[in-house]
Write a protein that binds this ligand. Structure first.
Ligand SMILES: [Zn+2]
Length: 144
């Protein structure tokens, strides 16, 4: 079996649940997506330079692989160090959501393991704190 990436159908937009969980909450008039496309808000009012918005629209009409007009403020989400504009036609974050959904049980087991590690560490710290702040109980000290 090859590890080469498979040619796949276009990705669907990530779910609202995924976008809400991973959104950066930066908002704005324009932002570069990880795919290289400049996404811009074509609806809301901003302090655009003269003809800047029209220039973006003209570029989007000529080069839809380089520009995308969105009907809302531009926001992004970041996964694996990659920032994707939400609503960009690349839907690049979808493969991360799919991976998470396809490995949900393993991830849940991992998170439960992390929780237990933290509980164990907290308990060890609590014991260490008690030993550091209270004089040893002569009866317990004999055991330790
Ligand atoms: Zn993109």
């Amino acid at each position: 079996m090859s590890n080469k990436p498979k040619k796949t159908a276009p990705l669907e937009r990530p779910s609202g649940t995924f976008e809400e969980a991973f959104r950066d909450g930066v908002g704005g008039c324009a932002m570069d997506c990880y795919c290289g496309r400049l996404c811009f808000d074509g609806v809301n009012s901003y302090d655009w330079e003269l003809d800047e918005l029209e220039g973006y629209r003209e570029e989007a009409a000529k080069h839809p692989d380089k520009y995308a007009e969105l009907p809302y403020s531009v926001d992004a989400l970041t996964v694996d160090g990659k920032t994707f504009v939400m609503g960009c036609p690349c839907n690049g974050a979808r493969r991360y959501e799919d991976w998470i959904r396809n490995h949900a049980e393993k991830l849940a087991r991992f998170l439960v393991g992390i929780r237990q590690e933290r509980l164990d560490r907290a308990e060890a710290l609590a014991v260490a704190d008690k030993l550091a702040h209270f004089p040893p109980d002569p009866d317990v000290g004999a055991i330790l």
